[in-house]
Design a protein around this ligand. Structure first.
Ligand SMILES: *Cc1c(COP(=O)(O)O)cnc(C)c1O
Length: 220
């Protein structure tokens, strides 16, 4: 498995400005270093504990993205260093991240995760829940989180049209939120969608961040 080559091949297919998060969950620091030494510095993890350990061990110029479901009691460990939190799926976690970011004198970029798949197992907000958050005075008072876009995971299915429809739905949500809540915020620009099996479809539907694991590092 030539990790550097895999990354280069994926990057070649990305439109300008699209970011590749190399999903390194369950992979060892040595394996991550192969990607790092090939010049890649953006990694994603979905378990807080694992991310914290790897961050301690690995070079400090790595950009770490947290892509999983974040428990409130773990936010304080990520707040000092995490570059982006993709999976904001409740008001409670957003408020917790804000509080911990404040303690670290940081503003943490966050994505609102939406439930776009048919599977009930995947986390995420409904549009209604997002409106409740964004309309509230409590949200408007949060100074240490910056909502920079949306994130979603499509259903795990062979049915490409279904996957495409789900990504298209997320894109629509993004467009609506942009218009309603962030019309003058240049930073609100990210649509995090697409994994190893579906990132090409996601790109066609407007993804700006793809999160690719097994296609880079092999199966887990
Ligand atoms: C594991 C994971 C990925 C990457 O999955 P692959 O199919 O290995 O590319 C992307 N996003 C999230 C949220 C994940 O948990």
């Amino acid at each position: 498995m030539d990790i550097g080559k895999n990354i280069a091949e994926i990057k070649q297919t990305l439109p300008e400005g699209v970011k590749l998060v190399a999903v390194s969950k369950k992979k060892t620091p040595e394996t991550i270093m192969q990607a790092y030494n090939a010049g890649h510095k953006i990694f994603g993890e979905n378990k807080a504990q694992e991310l914290i350990q790897k961050q301690e061990e690995l070079p400090k110029d790595i950009e770490w993205h947290f892509i999983g479901h974040l428990q409130t009691n773990k936010a304080k460990y990520l707040a000092p260093f995490v570059n982006m939190i993709h999976g904001i799926d409740s008001f409670k976690i957003l408020k917790t991240v804000n509080r911990e970011a404040q303690k670290n004198n940081r503003i943490i970029p966050c994505l609102l995760q939406f439930h776009i798949a048919q599977e009930s197992s995947k986390f995420g907000l409904s549009e209604e829940e997002a409106h409740e958050i964004l309309d509230s005075d409590e949200y408007k008072a949060l100074k240490n989180v910056s909502i920079v876009g949306v994130m979603g995971m499509a259903t795990y299915t062979e049915d490409e049209q279904q996957v495409r429809n789900e990504f298209r739905f997320l894109r629509k949500i993004f467009d609506k939120l942009k218009k309603e809540y962030f019309p003058r915020k240049k930073g609100f620009k990210e649509i995090s969608m697409g994994m190893s099996d579906d990132y090409q479809i996601a790109l066609e539907e407007g993804s700006t961040i793809v999160r690719v694991g097994s296609k880079i590092f092999g199966s887990r």
